[in-house]
Design a binder for this molecule. Structure first.
Ligand SMILES: N=CN[C@@H](CCC(=O)O)C(=O)O
Ligand SMILES: [Zn+2]
Length: 405
C-alpha cells in the first residue's frame, strides 16, 4: 500500500444494500436478473485496493458526449414531423454537429465534455462509454479522442472510449472512400498512438444503416478495428433491418446498440455469441421509433444492457430516466433494468470484472440514495436529483448532494 492513497468507507445500517451479483457473474440473463442480491439492514466497510469493494454503481453503455453546436432547432423540426434521416440527408443531424465540432478548439470541447460528465455523474453514472464520431476526418477524430483521454486522466468518473470515425459518410466522399480512409489512415494512426501510450481507445464503432455504412463496409471496418485490438461495439438495425445482429455475432462483437429492427435470427445469433444488446430507450422515445423487442431478447437469452445515448439528438444524461423508459416502453422489469444498467452495461464494455456489482475484489463504486427501497430510483421518473445523496467512486465520495430533501 506504500505510496498509494487509501480511502476508507463506512456505511452503517443501510435499509437495503443492492449487490446486483454475488458470485462474480460476468453478466445476468433474464433468470439471473430476477434474483438480484439485496441485503437488508446492512453495513459495509470498504478500503480501496483491499479486498472489499462496494459498488452498485450505474454504468452508461452508450454516449456521444464530445461535440459543439446546438441542435435544439432540430428537435422542433422533428416535433413538426421531420424524420431523423430526412434531417441527416438534408445535411443536418450528425453533419451539423461535425461542422461545429471541426471548428471548436480542443479546450472548448473539453470544457463542454467535462460539464456533461459532471451531469452524468450526478445522475449516478460512474462508468461511461464515450464515442468520437463528430470529426469523420482524422484530425478531428483524434482531437475528440484526445479530449476523452484527458478526461479519463483528470476526472474520477470511469471512461471506456470508442473510435466512431464511421458515424456518417463525410460530405464529399462515398461510403467506400470513407471506409478506405478509415482502414488505411485512421486505424494505423490509432494503433501507433496506442503503442506510444498517447491515446488508449477501447472500442470500435460503425453506424451500420441504410444510406450510411452498409453491411460490407461495416464488416471491413470492424474487422480492421479488431485486428488492432479494439472491441467491436457498433450501431446496428436501428432504422432499417440490416442484419447487423447476424454480422456482429459472426465477428465476435462485444455489443451492438439500438436493434429496433433486429431480425428473429439476429436475436438468436446474439444470444449464442454472448453479444450484448445495448438498448437505448431515449432514442426510440425521442424519434418515436418502434421499441426494440427487449422481452423477446430476454426470453431468448440475450444479455441486455442499457445506455443513455446522450447526443445532440437525444439529450438525456440520466440512467435512472433510461431505466424508467426501459420498464414502461420496453416492458422490462425493474430488476432487469437495474441489471442492464449495471453488470450488463459493464459487460458490454468488457469491464464486468471490475465494475457493475457490489462484490469483493471489484472497484468501489457506489450510490447512496435517500429512500427505503432502491426501486424509487426508477419509479420517481426525473426525480433522481433529489434521491441521490452520494456518489462514490473507488471508495471515495466524489459527489455529495446538498439539494436533497
Ligand atoms: N444513430 C446514430 N448515432 C446517434 C445519433 C447521433 C446524432 O444524431 O448526433 C445515436 O446513436 O442515436
Ligand atoms: Zn449512438
Amino acid at each position: 500500500m506504500a505510496g498509494r492513497q487509501r480511502h476508507r468507507l463506512l456505511l452503517e445500517n443501510a435499509e437495503q444494500l443492492v449487490l446486483v451479483c454475488g458470485r462474480r457473474e460476468p453478466y445476468l440473463r433474464r433468470d439471473g436478473a430476477a434474483g438480484l442480491g439485496v441485503l437488508r439492514a446492512a453495513s459495509l466497510v470498504g478500503w480501496l485496493y483491499q479486498s472489499c469493494g462496494p459498488g452498485r454503481c450505474l454504468v452508461d453503455a452508450h454516449t456521444h458526449p464530445v461535440w459543439a453546436g446546438d441542435r435544439v432547432h432540430e428537435f422542433a423540426m422533428k416535433l413538426a414531423g421531420a424524420s431523423y434521416m430526412e434531417i441527416h440527408q438534408a445535411g443536418g443531424g450528425i453533419h451539423f454537429t461535425v461542422e461545429h465540432t471541426r471548428k471548436a478548439t480542443e479546450d472548448e470541447l473539453f470544457t463542454a465534455f467535462q460539464q456533461r460528465l459532471g451531469r452524468m455523474l450526478r445522475a449516478g453514472s460512474t462508468l461511461v462509454e464515450c464515442k468520437s464520431g463528430y470529426g469523420l476526418n482524422l484530425e478531428t477524430e483524434l482531437k475528440m479522442l484526445r479530449v476523452i483521454e484527458r478526461a479519463r486522466k483528470s476526472m474520477d468518473i470511469g471512461i471506456s472510449s470508442t473510435y466512431c470515425g464511421a458515424h456518417a459518410v463525410p460530405k464529399g466522399k462515398t461510403a467506400t472512400e470513407a471506409t478506405d480512409d478509415i482502414i488505411n489512415n485512421h486505424l494505423p494512426k490509432l494503433k501507433e498512438l496506442k503503442l506510444s501510450g498517447e491515446i488508449n481507445v477501447n472500442n470500435i464503432d460503425v453506424f451500420c444503416e441504410k444510406g450510411v455504412f452498409d453491411v460490407e463496409s461495416t464488416r471491413r471496418i470492424l474487422e480492421a478495428g479488431k485486428d488492432i485490438g479494439l472491441q467491436i461495439n457498433f450501431h446496428g438495425d436501428e432504422l432499417h433491418p440490416m442484419k447487423s445482429a447476424e454480422l456482429g455475432a459472426e465477428l465476435g462483437a462485444r455489443a451492438i446498440s439500438h436493434l429496433e429492427e433486429v431480425s428473429d435470427e439476429g436475436i438468436v445469433a446474439m444470444a449464442r455469441a454472448k453479444c450484448a444488446a445495448v438498448l437505448l430507450p431515449t432514442t426510440a422515445y425521442m424519434l418515436r421509433l418502434k421499441q426494440p423487442q427487449a422481452r423477446k431478447m430476454l426470453e431468448e437469452g440475450v444479455i441486455v444492457a442499457l445506455g443513455s445515448d446522450f447526443n445532440p439528438n437525444a439529450y438525456c444524461f440520466s440512467m435512472p430516466m433510461v431505466m424508467h423508459l426501459a420498464c414502461v416502453n420496453m416492458k422490462m422489469s425493474m430488476n432487469e433494468a437495474l441489471a442492464a444498467a449495471t453488470i450488463n452495461a459493464a459487460y458490454a464494455l468488457g469491464k464486468s470484472d471490475t465494475h457493475g456489482s457490489l462484490e469483493v475484489g471489484k472497484q468501489g463504486d457506489l450510490l447512496i440514495i435517500n429512500s427505503s427501497r432502491w426501486e424509487h430510483l426508477i419509479y420517481q421518473f426525473g426525480g433522481h436529483e433529489a434521491l441521490i445523496n452520494y456518489v462514490i467512486v473507488k471508495g471515495k465520495v466524489i459527489y455529495e448532494n446538498d439539494r436533497r430533501i
